[in-house]
Design a protein around this ligand. Structure first.
Ligand code: SF4
Length: 470
């Protein structure tokens, strides 16, 4: 579904290229294909080998950039970013890449994830004289880099990374080097590709397809990938890794045409739908999925049960972005604008409605109602992930615990609130099995924290000074 109406928001998409004469254009197309990961702001920093130049702004990629701005960004290396504001809130100052200039040159940083000890580090840095120009957790990295006492970006970055906790997929660049790095849990995806002799790095592989790049491999947990005119080198900067990639990338965030750590997202979702059908079958006439992210799971459910898959819900593609409508009431109006039930498909039918996840539950209630208004005899809600009961601290805005319907209500209460005839969620074992990662790894190398409350990293208490605005 649309992130903004579900209440689950991905925080960012990162793209970088090294060694291509059209670096800014390539980055523009890459960011365009990552637009689903963030719609609040976009930016590109380009290096011509002597200086870094930046253009960024609030809005969608095609609102921020036009041919003229791209033409002005000359150089053979670039990093880009699309942002959805959660940590640190919105506003131009937080739009990335963040760029810093000093006597020895420039530094640009693009980050996907959330640094859980950012507030502690900020307080320490402020006590040592640092002043922050944004409220973003990412700016902490720049200060740690500059205060490291080392000369090379590689050494500075390694030193800074050792102090960070949480989720980070970084691309940092100066005039001479591009470095990508992944946190020791590998919480957010980041892949490396090639386009001709150039290297590209992106949050999702769909960004490679759009520019004609080939996938090489994923950046590993605790790994730093250093790219410069001598080629690509890698270094395992942290050896105490515990792979735990975000399960919601497979369930909901990533584009179905992306492969996340070599598993195709559409295929994983379809398997989740099949698994759901095994765990929670029901007699019905049609299966339908909530567009767009639940369609793959609905196809899987239909395939497994033999109940035909039909297009019972359609999305109106040309309505405005509802994420600027903050109130509950407006959000519900947004759902009405974006989705319609297809009367000819659901009238007089027992419908299985597949959704990938439930956050606040308001959207599901609205859709069940919509299907019933269109004449559905019964609506059976099946969710292709387990109930979300705990907040995410790793860059996904899943709201606070009190807003999460599954943390406040029993299954039967939720069913009643939605007006559904039955309601079932996928089990956590079903989630692991459906995605199909390595069963030898702990939790199959997945983060399951929003379902289980078991976080793969330490979660830091907010120790910021009571008068601080963070
Ligand atoms: S808590 Fe949930 S949303 Fe956050 S990283 Fe883990 S699996 Fe993803």
């Amino acid at each position: 579904m649309f992130a903004e109406i579900k209440g689950l928001n991905e925080e960012c998409g990162v793209f970088a290229v090294w060694g291509h004469k059209d670096a800014a254009q390539i980055t523009y197309y890459g960011l365009h294909s990552l637009q689903h990961r963030g719609q609040e702001g976009a930016g590109i920093v380009v290096s011509d080998g002597d200086t870094l130049n930046v253009h960024k702004g609030l809005g969608l990629v095609n609102e921020v950039f036009d041919q003229q701005t791209l033409n002005a960004l000359q150089g053979s290396a670039a990093i880009g970013h699309v942002r959805y504001a959660t940590a640190g809130g919105g506003g131009f100052a937080n739009v990335q890449p963040l760029m810093f200039r000093s006597q020895v040159g420039g530094l640009a940083i693009a980050h996907n994830g959330n640094i859980v000890n950012a507030n502690n580090l900020k307080l320490q840095l402020e006590n040592q004289g640092s002043i922050f120009q944004s409220t973003s957790d990412t700016e902490v990295l720049a200060h740690l880099i500059k205060r490291s006492g080392y000369w090379s970006l590689e050494d500075q970055f390694r030193h800074a990374l050792a102090m960070l906790k949480g989720a980070y997929a970084f691309a940092v660049m100066n005039e001479h080097q591009l470095i990508a790095a992944m946190d020791p849990n590998g919480l957010r995806p980041l892949a490396i590709g090639r386009i001709g002799d150039a290297y590209v790095v992106a949050s999702e592989t769909c960004a490679f397809d759009i520019i004609g790049a080939t996938y090489e491999r994923d950046v590993k947990p605790g790994e730093m990938v250093i790219i410069d005119d001598n080629g690509l080198r890698t270094e395992q900067y942290d050896k105490s890794t515990n792979p735990a990639i975000c399960s919601m990338e497979y369930v909901y965030f990533a584009r179905p045409d992306s492969n996340v750590e070599t598993i195709n997202v559409h295929t994983a979702r379809k398997q989740l739908g099949k698994q759901l059908a095994i765990e929670a079958p029901i007699e019905a006439d049609v299966v339908t999925g909530v567009p767009d992210s639940s369609i793959s799971a609905a196809i899987g459910y239909a395939e497994q049960t033999g109940i035909p898959y039909e297009l019972g819900l359609i999305k109106n593609r040309y309505v405005g972005r509802t994420f600027i409508q903050p109130s509950q009431e407006l959000r519900e109006q947004g759902v009405k604008m974006k989705l319609s039930a297809v009367r000819g498909v659901v009238e007089g039918k027992r419908v299985v409605m597949i959704d990938d996840s439930i956050v606040r539950g308001t959207t599901s209630r609205r859709i069940v109602n919509m299907l019933k208004e269109a004449g559905a005899l019964e609506v059976h809600v099946r969710i292709s992930s387990p109930p979300i009961k705990h907040p995410c601290f790793y860059g996904i805005d899943t709201s606070t615990t009190s807003e999460l319907i599954a943390s406040q209500h029993s299954l039967e209460e939720m069913r009643e609130m939605m007006g559904a005839d039955s309601l079932s969620f996928l089990s956590t074992d079903g989630l692991k099995k459906g995605i199909g990662r390595d069963p030898e790894m702990s939790n199959c190398g997945q983060c399951l924290a929003c379902f289980t409350g078991e976080y793969p990293t330490e979660i830091y208490a907010d120790t910021v000074h009571p008068h601080a605005k963070v």
